[in-house]
Design a protein around this ligand. Sequence first.
Ligand code: ADP
Ligand code: MG
Ligand code: MG
Length: 893
Amino acid sequence: AKYVYRFSEGGKDQKDLLGGKGANLAEMAKIGLPVPPGFTITTEACRAYMRDGRVPAELRVEVTMALREIEDNIGRRLGDFHEPLLVSVRSGAKFSMPGMMETVLNVGLNDASVKGLAEFSGDERFAWDSYRRLIQMFGKTVLDIDGELFSAALDAKKAEVRAATDVELGAEDLKDLVGAFKEIVKEQCGREFPQHPREQLDMAIQAVFGSWNTERARLYRRRERIPNDLGTAVNVVTMVFGNLGETSGTGVAFTRDPSTGHSGVYGDYLPNAQGEDVVAGIRNTLSLADLEELDAKSYGELMQAMRRLETHYRDLCDIEFTIERGKLWMLQTRVGKRTAGAAFRIATQLVDENLITMDEAIGRTTGAQLTQLLFPQFDGGAERTLLTKAMAASPGAAVGEIVLDNAQALERTAAGAQVILVRRETNPDDLQGMIVAAGVLTARGGKTSHAAVVARGMGKCAVVGAEELDVDRAAGEVRVNGTVLRAGDTIAIDGSTGEVFLGEVPVVDSPVMRYISDGLQAGLEAADDDATRELVEAVDRVLTHADDVRRMRVRANADTAEDARRARERGAEGIGLCRTEHQFLGDRRAYIERVVLAEGEQARQAALAELLPLQRADFVELLEAMDGLPTTIRLIDPPLHEFLPDLTDLSVKVALAKANGEADERDVKLLAAVRRMHEQNPMLGLRGVRLGLKVPGLFALQIRAIAEATVQLREAGKDPRPEIMVPLVGSVRELQIVREEAEGILAEVGREAGTALDLPIGCMIELPRAALTAHRIAEEADFFSFGTNDLTQTTWGFSRDDVEGAFFADYLENGVLTISPFETLDADGVGALVRAGVEGGRKTKPRLHLGVCGEHGGDPESIHFFHGAGLDYVSCSPFRVPIARLEAGRAAA
Ligand code: ADP
Ligand code: MG
Ligand code: MG
């Protein structure tokens, strides 16, 4: 393998091999920007090092070749004692990663070359300062010496000569300090500070490789879901000096404002400084405008370089630069990070500047960023008291009473209160409390803790790892920074910033949300400054374009007319899944009980007949809300016993009653029925189509209700478009039986009303067998809807309701999973079944209408998969409709 790439050999698309920093340094060199000569050691070399525990032999040779080339070109040698070449050794992985070894500057200095540097630069102080920096950085990062020891020695020296800052130390002081630093190295390592320049270089390279696997780096990767086996590249770059007096300096800049996206140039500059001095805040920095006054020529060059970068990358870039005695050098660039709002504004601004097309603009924004903009916000103008700040684990803004356990959470929410569940950490036992809470706050845990993972899954606001929080459940108190809060006290948490506030903070819809639900005008009116108005307009343009280009339609999962209306407002083009189970809950439980307990066919029919008008009314409302748009209604899916009382509760009740000699006849019968239907594995049991076939009349009732609702609306001049969907089909025969019955009912109701009711009848594909026999099932289906929740459950053999809390955290940690397969479709496994289902279905019916209605329908990555698989639509929760519109557009653009 080739382990070393000169800057002239690489390019920006080689981040896997050269890391982000290396790839962009090469790119800058390629487009003619002034980059100091250097080379990049590949991530492959790092992987070889990790595998073998030593640096590959060829690497040493390749480093020699590349180094000599630089030496010959500029006519200086590494660590020479006349005009020494010095280099920096910089880590740089594919993803930028704090937690790894950063950078060693001034490699190549030793007792001899320091004199050469002094002579060559004509600045003795500078030379000794550079040397002491090398020993300090090298000691800390390569030799692993406690940095405190060096800073203590530095402070001692400053005290000795009464110097207030480092700059006041003279050449002789620094010489002493170098002596002291070398002593420290000897004491701590039992060896001298390495004098040989090449040895310094090799040790630094190896240290960068080694830093990939430090505890800190691993922790960071786990949190950010960066794979462990990528490795880091190492950049070796000729040193240029910003600390060579007042005509030198170093700075950072952005080609446009990263928080607003406004074009223009932003940055900080520090004269007579090196490396991190600018960001370390040791002295007050100057603006770029000040630089223009100081050094118009370098400023001009910098402006040109930045314009060149923006034109080349056609995006916001951030840069690091150094000026050495009036000469500009570019040390780093990358396409800059930005806030969610800035992403939209930058994208449309670049379109207006004719730098990118609208197709590209939608590619510059993501569904995840749009999500950020849709969450309710704390009213920015309101007064508030910050209690603490921790990790922003799941975005949103929530206000509520503190509750410390499930019991309190359930009690207070039942009484109509909004609550925030505050726990030291959460585990699966806290699920009930989390479900009813408006938000979750924990004192422990990171972004992949139970609380964080579960809250994100539920779309619930969460702040985790608030270490200053002392949660004392026994005392019923939460103590934080001297404030004592009790259960029942109100707090507010911001899951987008990690802030925790005392008391009520008013929450408002975000202006972008107002735009999504009520249109552009409303969004603009909700914005209270120009920047936000620009943002609303930008989102509108991006989303409108996404709507124009996408192939997939976006439907919503909505069970009630109210949800349906909300979804429609947000741009849903139909309902992909209306679950009918809620129609059997609440007051209607009694009817279901009667169906189950009915003795004989007649009694059952009578009980079902009572449900008919109620169901019909449900469907009339829903179909009216979705007038003119397709509405997929799924026949009842969950196991019947879910609508009946809990087995244990009822057993206890009956037993107690019996003991008192007053057992209720109905309860006894009910208990027998509940016991009969009790299942060990209800999700794999009597549910879906199996239930429909087992309990005669149940599906028939629903189908009749749909048919009659359709007739009723048509007679009122409406355009209802229901589609009947059969759940959990595994065999074509199941669907055939239901279809036959349904067609009979539709024909009968149609005949009576004098209208043709040929409603589409289709099924869910949510069992592996259904996907694998899709060609057969398609014979009886007018459409398929992939139920990827159950399909994931049955493909992996995971119980969705249990595993997330039980072992997903471990699985994320040890790398079996990088993300929950219930969140993002497992493309390799479950995705293969989806593809098989598509292929089989379309083999039988080339124009078979295909959609997806699992949770994945609203997940960005999964949406791209479904586009690729050829689905006609995705269906997701109403909240996610705009996100799905954007991502479906991005997938098609
Ligand atoms: P990070 O990734 O933490 O920014 P860098 O490798 O970019 O680390 O380097 C840290 C600092 O040292 C930066 O300010 C950078 O500009 C400066 N630096 C790195 N290499 C050189 C060099 N060859 N000459 C001068 N300054 C350098
Ligand atoms: Mg940097
Ligand atoms: Mg299902």
